[in-house]
Design a binder for this molecule. Structure first.
Ligand SMILES: [Zn+2]
Ligand SMILES: [Zn+2]
Length: 481
């Protein structure tokens, strides 16, 4: 009996020692996890940063932090993380980036938990973390249970090392997992995107293709150029209830007066709001070669709401130039899921669906968002601001006209053919039809009476306007372009 008690005592001592060793080990592990990477991955003031050469001749300093698909994330001074698209790097540094990504992937695969956690947009518990936690909890429970039984059988001790060790074990694991989750969240939210991939000309061209040959396209290294006559394939003018007496005539948006879409968009440090900018000229170009102007007119009124626009969201300006102020969502009929326009900052404008056919995601104040491919785009909607709320991309403006009359340069211009006309109060445009080769009739109604504008032009660009007022007065004017 005495031997049995001695044996139990010895066994209990050994177990107690083991538990104490485990406890110390866990305490050390916990401390190591807690002090690892203090304050993130910033390497301190003495850190040496690598130089990454960009295609555009610029360089960016930073150390490879992570990479995935078409981008890498560089850790810069003060721990700042910057996302750089690989295609913006020089050929040599592209190779380096791809090599680093491969190494990074290998590391993550051997580590087992890192890649999924860091790269996943939805950061939280993942399978391996949960599995390890569950396993360790069971082991800890078994150790505690056995230890407790031996203790109670042999000694009436109050020092419950096994319970304390169990608690610390769980706390360590939970602490580690939470810390990692918090670090991952911090990394993802602190990444800034400075460089945007250059838009491929094939992508832009495919958006304009359904409207060829009415529009023609060409490009160089900087811009994608679009030429058109400014006359769309759809009918015009019908539905206008607030008419300035202008009518659509062909424009010379060709050659050096073509529309220019920048191929390399750059984020504006402060996007310029269309409420207080760009009251002159276009903010975007629809894929049928028709410019899209600010939704507000130069008096700050919503052109659509005050009846200035036709059933297609357009009307004519002082140069008898047809343009939209609302989003030409009807172009989706021929464009499908492709962009319906491009803003003059270079970002695409989509219709009411995402490029992958899904429902449009929430829009920011600029009226767009960054899509899954990492590239920003706008959306056209049937409510204000319709197309562009603020210019997400950097644009140059004409120094001669200050805001809100500042207009984006470069852009194509219309040239007035005839003196400015005046609003015709109470007129509603009811029909617009072709009456022959280069000849059109616009019909409007005031009360129960109808008025007409018959106009045409000849091969020598002589334009003739015959105005028949609703009270029966006829006026004829000719202008040479
Ligand atoms: Zn207008
Ligand atoms: Zn979208």
């Amino acid at each position: 009996m005495q031997d049995k008690i001695s044996h139990l005592k010895l066994k209990c001592m050994k177990t107690k020692q083991l538990i104490q060793q485990c406890f110390l080990f866990l305490l050390l592990t916990n401390a190591t996890v807690s002090i690892a990477h203090p304050g993130g991955h910033y390497q301190g003031k003495e850190a040496i940063f690598n130089n990454w050469q960009l295609k555009n001749g610029e360089a960016i300093k930073g150390n490879f932090s992570m990479g995935k698909g078409n981008f890498i994330v560089l850790e810069q001074e003060n721990g700042k993380l910057t996302k750089v698209f690989i295609e913006n790097l020089s050929e040599q540094d592209q190779q380096l980036a791809l090599f680093k990504i491969r190494k990074y992937d290998q590391l993550n695969q051997s580590y087992g938990t890192g890649q999924q956690s860091i790269n996943s947009e939805k950061i939280g518990w993942n399978y391996p973390q949960f599995f390890i936690l569950a396993l360790l909890t069971v082991v800890t429970f078994l150790i505690c249970r056995k230890g407790y039984r031996l203790f109670t059988e042999a000694l009436h001790t109050n020092t419950k090392w096994h319970v304390i060790a169990g608690y610390f074990c769980c706390l360590s694991i939970v602490g580690f997992a939470c810390k990692k989750t918090a670090e991952d969240s911090a990394i993802m939210s602190s990444i800034t995107t400075l460089f945007i991939p250059k838009t491929t000309t094939g992508f832009i061209d495919s958006a304009f293709s359904p409207n060829k040959p009415a529009v023609t396209t060409r490009w160089d290294d900087t811009y994608f150029y679009v030429s058109s006559t400014g006359i769309p394939a759809h009918n015009m003018m019908v539905g206008i209830t607030n008419w300035q007496q202008q009518v659509p005539i062909p424009q010379n948006y060709t050659s050096t007066n073509s529309w220019s879409i920048p191929l390399q968009p750059v984020y504006a440090s402060v996007p310029l709001s269309t409420k207080s900018n760009f009251m002159k000229g276009a903010v975007a170009l629809a894929v049928n070669g028709i410019p899209i102007f600010n939704a507000l007119n130069n008096r700050g009124e919503d052109s659509y709401l005050i009846g200035e626009l036709d059933n297609w969201g357009g009307h004519c300006g002082k140069g008898d130039d047809y343009h939209y102020h609302a989003a030409p969502l009807h172009l989706s009929t021929t464009s499908g899921l492709k962009p319906i326009a491009f803003a003059l900052d270079g970002f695409a404008v989509y219709g009411s669906k995402e490029p992958d056919g899904t429902t449009m995601a929430a829009l920011d104040t600029c009226h767009g968002h960054v899509f899954a491919n990492g590239v920003y785009h706008y959306h056209g909607t049937s409510n204000y601001p319709y197309v562009v709320g603020a210019m997400k991309g950097k644009v140059s403006t004409d120094p001669l006209t200050p805001a809100p009359e500042n207009q984006i340069l470069p852009q194509a211009f219309s040239s007035p053919l005839r003196p400015a006309t005046t609003p015709l109060n109470g007129a509603t445009i009811t029909a617009y039809t072709s009456t022959g080769s280069n000849a059109y009739r616009l019909t409007y109604q005031i009360g129960t009476s109808f008025g007409y504008v018959d106009y045409s032009w000849d091969a020598g660009n002589k334009y003739t306007f015959i105005l028949k007022s609703s009270s029966g007065v006829t006026t004829t004017n000719s202008y040479q372009r």
